[in-house]
Ligand binder design. Structure first.
Ligand code: SF4
Length: 304
């Protein structure tokens, strides 16, 4: 038996023994997605974390995802696969700066993208993900001032689409912010029949140049339902695993091979096995943070 199969067998045994559920984000490597109990985008993982009664949740993703799972499933032991897998965008909101903003703008409603730390979620009114951001922003009365954080690109794209003014925080995802219109034009020329899909964390000019801007979950549904059979994908390469699995007859090209999230790609199968075996990198949050952050996430989940 090769090393990979041995690891997979150990993971299966430990998962059973620990009554654990393995949740994997669409951006982690294909071998991890293949052994996960559930794969999805941030919204789908949040919903799954809220529904499970497993004793242990092993979160294959970055820190804010594991924190969200803990907030929604506080009785479970939530374990990170790599404690050093963070999200540079989430770190672009300093809680003290946000507290100062809140004090100076008491009438402004704060919407936080789910890519934020638990401490920041505890300070805001409602969360959103790229999969439900339009619905969340549209649910806020038109006369209410909004601060959208941390992603200025997602915020700008929402302003353009919904024609709804909002104040924007000064954050972005370095992975998607690096996508350019030139990359789109080059692939358009190379694959003229292909639909070009990007993530709404890309810059507004990139979103304008693409055919669709969709969350990873929505991208998967789109390519599966579409009558097109060629797609250029402008998001993290990990998404290709599920796209290709669900659509064996269709062709997928990455917009750029180097659209990689270095933090997501830190995780390996050996790390998953270690996380299950040792439970070492458990997410610990105070009851106060859990209560406050849960209210902004539940507020999001309650918007129909
Ligand atoms: S892809 Fe961007 S937003 Fe997602 S975890 Fe990586 S840095 Fe953060």
């Amino acid at each position: 038996m090769n090393e990979q199969n041995t690891l997979i067998e150990k993971i299966s045994t430990l998962r059973r023994e620990r009554n654990a559920v393995i949740l994997a984000h669409n951006y982690v490597s294909a071998d991890i997605q293949a052994i996960a109990d559930f794969c999805g985008d941030s919204l789908e993982l949040s919903i799954k974390a809220a529904q499970t009664d497993a004793k242990m949740l092993v979160v294959c993703g970055v820190r804010f995802m594991a924190e969200t799972a803990k907030i929604l499933s506080p009785r479970a032991t939530v374990v990170m696969v790599r404690s050093d897998a963070g999200c540079p965008m989430a770190d672009m909101v300093d809680p003290d700066e946000l507290k100062a903003y809140k004090a100076a703008n008491p009438d402004t409603l704060l919407i936080a993208y789910v890519n934020t730390t638990a401490e920041v979620k505890a300070l805001v009114d409602i969360c959103c993900t790229s999969g439900n951001a339009e619905k969340i922003v549209s649910s806020i009365p038109a006369d209410k001032k909004i601060m959208f954080l941390p992603d200025r690109n997602l915020g700008s794209n929402l302003i353009n689409k919904l024609n709804r003014p909002m104040e924007l925080w000064h954050g972005c995802c370095p992975v998607h912010d690096a996508v350019t219109v030139e990359m789109i034009n080059a692939m358009r020329e190379k694959f003229p029949r292909a639909q070009i899909l990007v993530h709404p964390e890309c810059r507004p000019e990139v979103v304008k140049a693409a055919d669709q801007a969709l969350s990873t979950g929505a991208m998967l549904n789109y390519v599966t339902a579409s009558s097109h059979d060629e797609f250029v994908i402008g998001t993290e390469s990990g998404i290709l695993y599920r796209m290709m699995q669900a659509n064996p007859g269709k062709k997928f090209y990455l917009l750029q091979p180097e659209i990689l999230c270095a933090d997501m790609k830190k995780l390996t199968l050996a790390d998953v096995e270690r996380a299950l075996r040792t439970g070492k990198d458990e997410v610990v949050l105070s009851d106060e943070i859990i209560r406050a952050a849960e209210s902004s996430i539940r507020e999001m989940l309650s918007v129909k």
